[in-house]
Ligand binder design. Structure first.
Ligand SMILES: N=c1c2ncn([C@@H]3O[C@H](COP(=O)(O)OP(=O)(O)OP(=O)(O)O)[C@@H](O)[C@H]3O)c2ncn1[C@@H]1O[C@H](COP(=O)(O)O)[C@@H](O)[C@H]1O
Ligand SMILES: [Mg+2]
Ligand SMILES: [Zn+2]
Length: 167
C-alpha cells in the first residue's frame, strides 16, 4: 500500500524546473553527444500536446536550440529557411511550455510534450497538421482555426496555400 508520506516528501520541483537543472551539467553534455545530429548539426523535433497527445508541429533544433529549450522550459528551434534561432512564440506569444523530452530508439528524433499557448501553427490552427489527404488526392481542412493569423502575425508572404493548391 502507498504511504501518503512518501508523496509529501517528494521534491517540490516540477519537471521544467528539473530540466533547467540539467542545463549546462555533464548530463546535458552526455545527452548532446548521444544524439545523432545531421551533417548540418540539426535534429528533427516533434512537438506533441501534453494533454490531448495531438501532434502539434515538427521543426529542427541545433545544439543551442535544445540547450535553450532545456534551460528555459520553452521550445526553441533553428529555422533553416530563416537561418536563425527561433523561440517559438517570440513574435506571437504562442509559446510552448515543455512537460517532457523523449528521444527515439536510435537517438535521431526528439519528441517534446508541451502545453501550447494559443495555437502551434502560424496558419492559425492548434496543430500544423490541420489538413488530411483524401483518397482522391485532395487535401481537406479538418480543423478550425483557433486564432486569426493576420492579427497575430500581420501579412506575411505565403509559401503555400493551406489547401495545398496553388491559387
Ligand atoms: N510561427 C511559425 C511556426 N509555427 C509553427 N511552424 C511550423 O514549424 C515548421 C518549421 O518552421 P520553419 O519553416 O521556420 O523551419 P525550416 O527549418 O525552414 O523547415 P522547412 O520548412 O525548410 O522544412 C513549419 O513548417 C511550420 O509547420 C512555424 N513556422 C514558421 N513560423 C514563423 O515564425 C515566426 C515567428 O512566429 P512565433 O514563433 O509564433 O512567434 C513567424 O514569422 C511565423 O510565420
Ligand atoms: Mg520552412
Ligand atoms: Zn504550421
Amino acid at each position: 500500500m502507498r504511504d501518503p508520506e512518501c508523496r509529501i516528501s517528494e521534491p517540490a520541483l516540477n519537471f521544467p524546473s528539473r530540466l533547467a537543472a540539467l542545463a549546462m551539467s555533464s548530463h546535458e553534455t552526455d545527452l548532446l553527444s548521444t544524439l545523432k545530429w545531421t551533417s548540418d548539426g540539426l535534429i528533427p523535433a516533434i512537438v506533441q500536446d501534453a494533454e490531448s497527445h495531438e501532434v502539434l508541429m515538427m521543426a529542427w533544433m541545433n545544439v543551442e536550440a535544445l540547450r535553450q529549450t532545456l534551460a528555459t522550459g520553452q521550445t526553441h528551434f533553428y529555422s533553416r529557411s530563416r537561418r536563425a534561432a527561433w523561440h517559438k512564440g517570440g513574435t506571437s506569444g504562442h509559446v510552448q511550455h515543455v512537460e517532457s523530452v523523449q528521444i527515439d530508439c536510435d537517438a535521431d528524433v526528439v519528441l517534446i510534450k508541451a502545453r501550447q499557448v494559443g495555437g502551434a501553427c502560424h496558419e492559425g490552427y492548434h496543430s500544423c497538421f490541420f489538413r488530411r489527404l483524401n483518397p482522391d488526392g485532395t487535401l481537406e481542412i479538418i480543423d478550425s482555426p483557433v486564432f486569426e493569423k493576420t492579427s497575430v502575425y500581420g501579412t506575411q508572404p505565403e509559401a503555400h496555400s493551406p489547401t495545398g493548391r496553388s491559387e
